[in-house]
Design a protein. Structure first.
Length: 225
């Protein structure tokens, strides 16, 4: 049986490869800079932005490999399905940027160059506009209150009495034992009354919890926990 090594690269030229990869790099890098410019929270990751650029080029490469061959498409789906990602995405917005660079990479890999450029620029402008004019922002500012109390005693009522005095609304989010059961930690989301200061709330809670640790996180809506 004769053995032949067949190269299928002739289905696209070197120029096609260079243009698809170069354009996907430029557009993905532009999207990365847009992400960096519009990022508000403290969890900015250089590695994530670099991954966006790599992902855009990788998707373009995959689309060049797949072409219009259905068998190759299913083979790649099976091969990529074994990949597991253990890093959690901290913001839903980050997922949108992943899909954006994937879409741009797919357009470049299938040689829809005009579509890739127009879509990347248009969506990037929309992202910048939403950032610049702060679309869909909520004016309601809430805080997170963490209180540690001994496991025995009716501390819940004491804490709620303080919260009723200093907050306009509050909700118990979680309750768990810490330090091997020596303490119970309760977490509330609250909205301070007008004129109330976080320091006053901390002092009032500390008086009711036997001097245990009290933490108030302000602006948690804009901060990654």
């Amino acid at each position: 049986m004769p053995f032949e090594l067949q190269d299928l690269s002739g289905t696209f030229s070197v120029g096609d490869i260079a243009l698809a990869l170069s354009l996907s790099f430029v557009l993905s890098a532009m999207i990365g800079w847009i992400y960096r410019f519009t990022h508000r929270n403290i969890s900015y990751s250089q590695s994530y932005v670099q991954t966006l650029v790599i992902l855009g080029m990788l998707i373009a490469l995959i689309m060049l490999v797949v072409g219009s061959n259905i068998a190759r498409a299913f083979a790649l789906v099976g091969a990529l399905s074994v990949v597991r990602f253990r890093n959690a995405i901290k913001e839903t917005r980050d997922v949108g940027f992943i899909f954006l660079v994937m879409g741009v990479g797919m357009a470049c890999g299938t040689r829809f160059y005009t579509l890739a450029v127009v879509a990347a620029i248009a969506i990037s402008l929309i992202i910048v506009l939403m950032y610049r004019f702060n679309w869909f922002a909520s004016n309601v500012q809430r805080q997170v209150v963490k209180v540690q109390v001994p496991p025995t005693g009716n501390y819940t009522e004491f804490i709620q009495d303080v919260l009723i005095r200093y907050t306009s609304e509050f909700e118990l989010v979680s309750m768990e034992t810490i330090r091997g059961g020596a303490l119970t930690e309760m977490m509330y989301t609250v909205r301070l009354k007008k004129g109330a200061e976080p320091g006053e709330l901390i002092n009032a809670l500390a008086e009711r919890t036997g001097g245990q640790r009290v933490t108030v996180l302000t602006g948690y809506d804009q901060t990654d926990l």
